[in-house]
Ligand binder design. Structure first.
Ligand code: ASP
Length: 598
């Protein structure tokens, strides 16, 4: 080794010893006579002093070096003079008096400061990711990620799980996204697909009798860009045989609770994890990934709305829509402009508009509410009794603002749930130190794709219907509840999983509803269906996303901040400049001709 000790490990107990250090110049201060260098390596930072009188050569070397140069220093560990200690550094009691110094490699001036956490344009950070990763916050994220993944591996190993790698070059494994394709040179005109997840492979491992499998698996999905998405993401992929929902959820709860308690002990979880069915979650929060750190639950106001003279409400209801709302505590005092801002917010998220009812005043009971205290764009269409009933339903009191949206159920729930999150954020209701994990269960098996007039799988094609629901598969697909569950946390979907179909006949019926022809099923799923014929055990699993988990544990909004080498939102890698053009000869070998765009 070119060093005898890590910079961050030097302590008072080393005083009097001669050590050799090697690392990066974090900061250099020239005090005329003495030169001080904070030397940094992966273990931390230590101060080195260069004295021209006692070590003229080392001092001369230190005069030339600049930030981020790589140097090796030999010297004695000494106690810092009284009053110069740095209580913020674990090495703050001591310094190293350089006797010799060697420049191992100089550095150009970095395009941004490595030694401070200043705001730097993200593209530049990604272009020089190796410098960005030297910065403390990124380093910490990567260290924590390592710890979390290691903890998960050890935890599952102790419970009898085997980590088994599955191929990256495979055939389409649908999870609802587009595939990334890889052309085959040896089989011209044929393509591998990168796995959207190892779903079918883990099921095949259950047929193979492994019973408990996991993998820290890379998944590739060619989806439209979104802030918290990456073309490739990492999952803890997990599958178990001879289990039901309770076994999978209990394991997940134990694992996530332990990860938080062991690795981010300043954060709290709600124990046991709350559970909601999909239907409940949609009714109470308008979404299947509610942020449970705060209330602001929604109430269906359709029946009250039907009794009003408000044409907007009535026509929505006549067309089969819903009227739904929730209270924003203490927001009756919102100005006209603030309310208009909320209207714009929901409009840009697919709602037709927003009805707000401010219950003006301070204190007092609802019973005493007077007409003059009601401020609403719809005031003239609502009787005082109707306003009171709406307030009761939404649990609003004097001083609150009730926010109501009317429209088709899907878009109304979506806009309202985004508005709920926004109000939670504005009112500071989400405790940043609370990780409100919860289970959402009983998802529908199928989801209607109105545009393409077909049924899609709500989760994926391999989930089993709930007992008694098999008979509805063909007659009423929309009513079939699946043995499907999600883990959500603070408004994010963290994991999806299900109990799978282990009988061929049931699986084939589901493929049929999803619109696959016999030939398509044969081409895409033959391997799985055939395996089900050979004694497939009942099985199920789940797959928490590691990137999302890290965002939540590390408290980041940007998924790229917890990935060493991420891509931009448009799937571009600024460091390697990928995707890139390739040599014509490579294309020729693959029998590929590129048709220019346009
Ligand atoms: N393969 C699924 C997914 O990637 C997870 C699972 O069902 O286990 O979402």
């Amino acid at each position: 080794m070119l060093k005898s000790i890590a910079c961050g490990d030097v302590r008072a107990s080393n005083i009097g010893q001669t050590v050799t250090l090697a690392g990066w110049v974090h900061r250099r201060r020239d005090h005329g006579n003495l030169v001080f260098i904070d030397l940094r390596d992966s273990g931390g930072i230590v101060q080195v002093v260069f004295n021209p009188e006692t070590a003229p050569d080392a001092h001369a070397a230190a005069e030339d070096v600049r930030n981020e140069w790589v140097i090796q220093v030999t010297g004695e560990v000494t106690k810092r003079p009284p009053g110069t200690e740095n209580p913020n550094l674990p090495t703050g009691d001591i310094e190293v008096a350089a006797a010799g110094a060697v420049v191992l490699n100089p550095s150009k001036t970095p395009p941004f400061y490595v030694n401070e956490q200043s705001d730097v344009e993200e593209l530049l950070r990604l272009q020089f990711r190796y410098l960005d990763l030297r910065r403390p916050a990124m380093r910490e994220a990567i260290v924590l990620r390592h710890r979390v993944v290691k903890y998960i591996r050890d935890f599952l190993d102790r419970r009898g799980f085997l980590e088994i790698e599955t191929p990256i070059l495979i055939k389409s494994t649908p999870e609802g996204a587009r595939d990334y394709l890889v052309p085959s040179r040896l089989h011209p005109g044929r393509f591998y697909a990168l796995p959207q997840s190892p779903q079918q492979l883990k099921q095949l491992l259950m047929v193979a009798g492994f019973e408990r499998y996991f993998q820290i698996a890379r998944c590739f999905r060619d989806e439209d860009p979104r802030a918290d998405r990456q073309p490739e993401h990492t999952q803890l992929d997990l599958e178990m045989s001879f289990v039901d929902e309770e076994d999978v959820l209990a394991l997940a709860e134990e694992l996530f609770t332990a990860v938080v308690e062991e690795l981010v002990p300043d954060k709290a979880v709600i124990k046991p994890f709350p559970r909601l069915t999909y239907a409940e979650s949609m009714a109470r929060f308008g979404t299947d990934k509610p942020d449970l750190r705060f209330g602001l639950e929604m109430a269906d106001l359709s029946d009250i709305a039907a009794s009003t003279d408000f044409q907007v409400f009535r026509s929505v209801l006549e067309r089969g829509g819903i009227v739904k709302g929730f209270r924003a505590p203490g927001c009756a005092s919102y100005s006209r402009r603030e309310v208009d801002g909320l209207v714009e917010f929901v409009k840009s998220r697919g709602a037709q508009g927003l009805v707000s009812i401010a219950l003006m005043g301070e204190g007092g009971s609802l019973e005493e509410l007077g007409q003059d205290q009601v401020r609403s764009s719809a005031a003239r269409f609502l009787s005082l009794d109707q306003v009171k009933e709406i307030a009761r339903r939404t649990e609003a009191g004097i001083g609150d603002l009730v926010l109501i949206i009317a429209g088709p159920s899907k878009s109304t729930n979506l806009a309202l749930s985004l508005l709920r999150h926004e109000m939670g954020r504005r009112l500071g209701l989400g405790d940043p130190n609370l990780l409100a994990f919860a289970f959402v269960t009983d998802f529908p098996l199928f989801e209607r794709n109105e545009e393409e007039e077909r049924w899609d799988a709500m989760h994926h094609a391999f989930s089993m219907p709930k007992e008694g629901h098999e008979k509805l598969i063909e007659s009423d697909p929309g009513a079939v509840v699946g043995r499907i569950y999600d883990i959500v946390c603070n408004g994010e979907e963290l994991a999806s999983g299900s109990i799978r179909n282990h009988k061929r006949e049931l699986q084939e019926r589901i493929f049929k509803v999803l619109g696959y022809t016999h030939d398509e099923v044969d081409a895409r799923f033959n391997q799985l269906l055939t395996a089900l014929d050979y004694g497939a055990p009942p099985h199920g699993g789940i797959a928490p996303g590691i990137d999302r988990l890290m965002m939540i544990l590390y408290g980041r909004e940007n998924i790229r901040d917890v990935i060493a080498f991420p891509k931009t939102q448009s799937g571009f890698d600024p460091l390697f400049e990928a995707p890139a053009e390739v040599e014509q000869s490579q294309l020729d070998e693959l029998h590929i001709r590129v048709v220019p765009e346009g």
